[in-house]
Design a protein around this ligand. Sequence first.
Ligand code: 5GP
Length: 196
Amino acid sequence: MSETKKAIVITGPSGSGKGNVVKKLLKRFDFFELSISATTREPGPGEMYGKDYYFISLEEFEKKIAEKAFLEYEEVYSGSFYGTPNEEIEKIAQRGKFPLFEIDVAGALRIKEILGDNVFVIFLHPGEPVIDILRERLWNRGRDSGEKIEKRLKKVPKEIEMGFRCDQIIVNQNGEFDNVIEVIAEIVESFLFEEK
Ligand code: 5GP
């Protein structure tokens, strides 16, 4: 990642609103480019190779691990691997943009370890009661089965704990989305463009 100086990570539990925040930031700021991850999970309805993820087989994923092709990777849910390709970050840097990452909390902390002060990690907290709010949002999203939702919720207490190691916790409470975006936009612009 030699050419890029700074990057932003949006992280948080499943249902915390990462996807919506990232969509808004990409629309608002043309200096960002989304880092597309590789995954071994199946594409969901409407998801496209190279737009949502690089959907690859476990065999291909393992090959990439061996080639050290990932900045970081995690088995986010048992049997489903997700990784940030180094190549993706290099391409974004070559285009003169800042990478925007939407990844899980363990991966976000790993990127923080690697990139240090060059990255700012924003953790989205869903508000209290955490599990009830996330369960409701995941059901409303309608993408995952009840079993998958419960699997995602099991990880949440640990993720909330890890959130305290991120650079900033933002509470993305129901009904507060517009305010949350304004707060994040200010943080992002100040981190990327203001001299410390
Ligand atoms: P989903 O299956 O809902 O698209 O993603 C599941 C989780 O994996 C989300 O928390 C998402 O942010 C995370 N994720 C996506 N790409 C990556 C990646 O490259 N690395 C890591 N560590 N997590 C990722």
